[in-house]
Design a protein around this ligand. Sequence first.
Ligand SMILES: Cc1cc2nc3c(=O)[nH]c(=O)nc-3n(C[C@H](O)[C@H](O)[C@H](O)COP(=O)(O)OP(=O)(O)OC[C@H]3O[C@@H](n4cnc5c(N)ncnc54)[C@H](O)[C@@H]3O)c2cc1C
Length: 428
Amino acid sequence: MKMNPQRSKVLILGGGAAGIFSSIQLAELVKGDGDTEKKIEISVYEKSESPLGKVKISGGGRCNVTHNLFSEEELSHKYPRGSRELKYAFIKFQPRDTIQWFKKHGVELKAEEDGRMFPISNSSSTIINCFLKEIKNNDIQLITKTGITSIYFQSEEGRNVFHLTNESGEVVTADALLIASGSNRKVWTKIQAMGHKIEEPVPSLFTFNVPDSPYQELPGISVPHVEVKILPKGKLQSGPLLITHWGFSGPAILKLSAYEARELAERNYESEFQINWLPNHSSESLFTYLNDMRVQNPQKSVQSTSLFQFPSRLTDTFFQLSNISESKRWAEVSNEEIRSLIGTLRETKLKMSGKTTFKEEFVTCGGIKRSEVNFETMESKKIPGLFFAGEVLDVDGITGGFNFQNAWTTGFIAANGIKLYLQKHKIM
Ligand SMILES: Cc1cc2nc3c(=O)[nH]c(=O)nc-3n(C[C@H](O)[C@H](O)[C@H](O)COP(=O)(O)OP(=O)(O)OC[C@H]3O[C@@H](n4cnc5c(N)ncnc54)[C@H](O)[C@@H]3O)c2cc1C
């Protein structure tokens, strides 16, 4: 389609969650001004055959759109990188706004028990179809199978004009550029060449491989609440834990992988870590509990004991690791053995050796240095007229819908920022 030279041109690099959402938001904002004459041309360039590739496969095909959490402060704590900036960004657009936005556009979301929110259809195509309908309604040009290969900008009449070359060798010009390329290394290299610092990208949200785990024979067992940390001095993370045939997974491990993403990358994913299976009990209260067990059931074998509602196979492993023979009667268990059992329950030490991708959701830690971006507008502090949204930034969340929420929030702010920028420079 030929561009009208009188209209301001906004180019969006990347047709993923952030780029597509932001394009619709910008078109609606401009339309909302009540001026019927079209003042802006928005083009989204997407290198893949279809846009929204990650949305499609997200949440196991169900798309975990956001999280049922509405306090900006609490939300911000779900982001190992970017929490300070997002705390204020969420005042402008947070999960409550996401729910309303989708509702206004015909998509109802529902919350699951753990707070994750999905379309009621349980299908990511509902989200994709909603976006594609709005792209069409708002006359946004979506150009697929056309990657951007180079970006160049120069100052013209007191503002920057962007010239981008696409895969066909065509040069397109824009008054404002939004980069929403996700975790694409080639684009990061280009942004770096433009003068921005890129925090080294490393994976986040992965599960731990523990080849010699004594728990290896127990895959599928989950424990609702544990505390985990990497040794020697990691910060504690808590939540449900899942034993897998290759090691450990579940929200507690995914959280640990996110908060320690950089440290674990530096250790080449070879690290000691520790599990506290009973974080709500002190050593003293455990001693009292186990001693009572001994006093009240002297003739009972330890094997027939149910401990804290753990599955019996897991309890058996705890006894084995504490060198307490399962055939022993409680009366024969010494104080030293009780202390050893408490040690196992509170401080299981294991060796992670490698990681496995968590197929439902993974993100990249790293990206454009946050201090070089104005989170009030998502505009670059170095290059006026250049905006960023989504995972291209050094922002990432834990699993549960927080990564898409970052895409919606920064996409929303970028759309507003672009509109203000165009108005300020009288190009709209
Ligand atoms: C398997 C999987 C499941 C996930 N599930 C969830 C979930 O349920 N909930 C959640 O919150 N998060 C989830 N995430 C994370 C979430 O998908 C991302 O955080 C989110 O998609 C980031 O949005 P984005 O628009 O910044 O980047 P992306 O969605 O990655 O979009 C970037 C787009 O830019 C395009 N692009 C890159 N370079 C160029 C170029 N040079 N020219 C043109 N186009 C280009 C890419 O092809 C891509 O389409 C999941 C991630 C994965 C991998």
